[in-house]
Structure formats: C-alpha cells, structure tokens
Design a protein around this ligand. Structure first.
Ligand code: FCB
Length: 461
C-alpha cells in the first residue's frame, strides 16, 4: 500500500507526504494602495481607467486593501493550515519607472509580508510577473520589444536581492499566454492592443524574460525556480476525424505547446514557428534565445480551470484569442459551468497532468492555481458555497488520480485565498475561499475554506 493509495481502510485519498498545500493571489488583484509608497501605474491601472474595459469601470485602487491588512490575511492562511502562499510582487512598486532605481519602500512591504509568513510557518512563494507591467515600459513598447525582457531581469534581481535569503521558491511569470494573447492580441486584458502580430512578439519576449531571469535567479543563489503556465486539454469533437484532430492540434499549439516546448525542451515546435512567421516573421527570435528559454526549472507551475473542445468547420473566422485559427470552431461541451461560464470538467485536469508527464517527462509539476467563481452570498456570517466545495473536491480527486497514474505532482495551490479584483470582471466574480465584503473589508471564511483546511489537515480527501 502506498502513501497515495486510497485503499487505506480509512476511505481517504491520501496525497504524498511532502505534498505542498497552499493558496494563491496576485498583487494587483488584492493589494490596493495603488499610489502609495512610490508605486506608479501599471498597464492594469491604465486599462481599468479606459472606459468600457473593466466591469463597471472598477479598478484595483483599493481591492482587498491587503497592502494594509496583510497581517490579518496571513492569520487567515494560518487558520486554513496552508504551508505555502503564492503571491506576486508588483513591478511598479519596486521600480517605479520600470527600469532605473529601486524603490526601497516598495520592497519593504514584501519584506514585512515574508517575515509575517515565516513567523507562522508558511512558506512564501514569489511570482515576479503577474501581469502588472509598469506603464512606463508599455509606453516604450511593452512586451513587444526585446528590452522589456532585460528590464524584467534587472527587476527580478532587485527583488531577489532583498528577499532571496528568505524566499526559497521563485516563479518568473504567471500565464504568459494571457499576457501575450489576451493582452496584446485582444482587448480583453491589459494593455488591450488587439494586434495579433504583437501577441506573437510578446510571447517570445515574455519567454525570453523568463529564461534570462531564471538564469539570473539561479546565479544569485535561488534554490527553486519555476514558471507558471495556464494550460487546457484540447479535445477534438471526433477523434476519428482528421480535420477535427488537426484543429485541436493547432489550438493546443497556440495555447500550450508554444510555451511548454521552449520552456521544457528548449525549442519551439515547428508548427508554432510557422504560425508565428505568418504574423511577424521570425527575425525577433535570435540565435541562442531558445536555449536561454530552456534554462532548467525545478518544477512547472500549472494553472487549470477548464477544458477546451473544438471542431473543424469550413468558413469559421479565426478567434482573436488564437490568431490564425480560421476554420476552427470552439464548441460548448454541454457541461455545467461556473459563474465565469467556464465548463467544469475535473477529468480534464487528470488528462492534462498525465499528458504533461508523458510529453514532458522528468519535469515535476505543481498546480499553482485551480478554483472556481460562483455567486456566493454571506448570510449570518456564513457563506455556504457547496458548488465550490464540489469543484475543489472533484479536481483534487482528479489530481490524486493523476498521481496514482505516475504523475510527479508536488503540490496544489487553490485560487484564491480571498475574493478579489478579477481583472476585466472587476469585483463581480468571486473566486475566494474567503469572502470579502468590499465596503467594510470584512473577511469571512466560506464553507470551502473550512472544507479545504480539513483536507490539508488530513493530507487527503
Ligand atoms: C488566472 C489568473 C488569476 C485569476 C484566475 C481566475 O488566469 O492567473 O489571476 O484571475 O485566472
């Protein structure tokens, strides 16, 4: 009987002994204090102020006021029993003009946060880029220009310099697909340029920034280096139909392999080079870049929310999120959906993990985000979010099953610790384990928080 066997006689699906349990957040989504202690606007401040971009014109100006309430929030985490907290560092707090001098007051905040976490035995896991590019750098071309990757490294080094003695795990980027394809290819996320060619340029420069920063962090002494990608298993409507299969392969390339292959294998897949060339040529990919991007990582962070189902259909225009996908239809799989409208399929997570273990062997994996938005309401100090409990339970069981099938999965971090600014959806969508009343900043652990802390305590379900 193994540690992860569910036939323990207790009815528990147990996770491996060293499995890490945590929660995740991101700077702009929770911190608020947008103009405090020297912070300058990021592309998300600009985007929020652009009419029509964010639900009700909301912004992260105040958000969960975590910048001032971090001690209370760490206490909430302690109450959950998590051993790991994944947070992100706000670049415009650290380098207000994007490059140039470091702002010590910005670093002071993360210094306090890290010490507060360590004092209660929670391991800090820092993400360096969760979408909040300093606006000054966007004004100089943003991720479409190569220099941004170099500025990113200098910023990463400055953060490491202050926190590296206490932070063991460093994540370079969060979800480069969103930064590049939603941010530069559509108007759905900042900077909202809607330029397909720019999306491909941004994808490469983000990857380059990852590789350069991974190398620099390692050279500076970082013990664990990772990057987080958002992945989705892409299924063809009819696995016997070669056109449907080709459609799925193309979307899989643009969503998953265009990032996974260079990161893990050190080279782009041939079909994605072709796709990139269609929009931008390949002159921006210099000799040696792919080798840099393939810098060794200690684990790959995976954010999983929903599966993708596609079919070939002549005459379908390309989706703006996946440039060059003319003739590919995105299908509604007819599954239950969350408040985001995202289909719920826990087995998609198992399939994804098993596929990663097969196609990218010897790369340890960690789920760095997984969770769901539902329309919660607080009544008499309680939030009964049975649907979220169900989402988490089924996804954790799927992850457990993947481990049984041989996947080297090191941990699970729920998205999110608390309700927060859900990007273009503003405060309308609630992903938290902890409910936030934005008028009073009162936090109430939802039923899902209580359930999750039980899972952590037992290391099993
Ligand atoms: C991911 C983001 C995270 C959060 C969740 C719901 O794409 O990384 O910040 O918004 O989705």
């Amino acid at each position: 009987m193994t540690q992860t066997d569910d036939r323990t006689g207790t009815g528990l699906a147990l996770f491996p002994p060293a499995f890490r349990w945590g929660v995740a957040t991101a700077a702009y989504q929770i911190e608020g204090a947008a103009a405090e202690d020297g912070r300058t606007p990021s592309i998300w401040d600009t985007f929020s102020r652009t009419p029509g971009r964010v639900h009700l014109g909301q912004s992260g100006d105040v958000a969960c006021d975590h910048y001032h309430r971090y001690a209370e929030d760490v206490a909430l985490m302690k109450g959950l029993g998590v051993d790991t907290y994944r947070f992100s560092v706000s670049w415009p707090r650290i380098k207000p003009d994007g490059t140039g001098p470091v702002n010590p007051r910005g670093l002071d905040f993360y210094d306090r946060l890290v010490d507060t976490l360590l004092a209660v035995g929670i391991e800090p896991m820092a993400t360096l880029y969760h979408w909040d590019l300093p606006q000054t750098l966007e004004d100089r071309g943003g991720w479409t220009v190569r220099e941004t990757a170099h500025h990113f490294v200098a910023y990463a080094e400055a953060v490491y310099d202050r926190l590296g003695d206490r932070v063991r795990t460093w994540t370079t980027l969060n979800e480069p697909w969103c930064s590049a394809f939603l941010g530069y290819g559509t108007r759905d996320q900042a900077p909202g340029r809607a330029e397909p060619a720019s999306a491909f340029l941004a994808a490469h420069h983000l990857l380059l920034g990852h590789g350069l920063a991974a190398r620099a962090l390692r050279a500076a002494g970082a013990r664990e280096v990772s990057v987080t990608v958002n992945l989705t298993p892409v299924s063809p409507r009819d696995p016997q139909d070669r056109h449907d299969v080709a459609a799925a392969r193309l979307v899989d390339g643009l969503h998953n392999r265009i990032f996974l292959d260079p990161i893990v294998k050190g080279h782009y897949p041939a079909d994605m080079l072709e796709q990139t060339a269609r929009f931008t040529g390949l002159d921006h990919i210099l000799d040696g870049d792919e080798e840099v991007i393939g810098a060794p990582i200690d684990f790959l962070g995976i954010n999983y929310y929903a599966p993708t189902h596609v079919a070939a259909k002549v005459g379908t225009p390309s989706s703006d999120r996946f440039p060059g996908t003319e003739g590919v239809e995105h299908l509604d799989p007819g599954l239950p959906v969350t408040a985001m409208g995202w289909p719920v399929e826990a087995d998609g997570l198992r399939r994804l993990l098993v596929r990663l273990a097969r196609d990218y062997p010897s790369t340890p994996l960690m789920i760095t985000e997984n969770g769901a938005a539902y329309t919660d309401s607080a009544e008499d100090g309680r939030v009964a979010d049975a649907e979220r409990v169900d989402y988490l339970r089924t996804h954790l069981l799927a992850a457990h099953q993947a481990i049984q099938e041989g996947v080297d999965l090191r941990g699970y971090l729920a998205w999110s610790l608390m309700d927060n600014f859900e990007w273009a959806y503003g405060y309308d969508k609630r992903f938290g384990l902890v409910h936030v009343d934005y008028d009073t900043q009162t936090r109430i652990p939802k039923d899902s928080a209580l359930w999750y802390s039980g899972v952590i305590a037992r290391n099993g379900i």
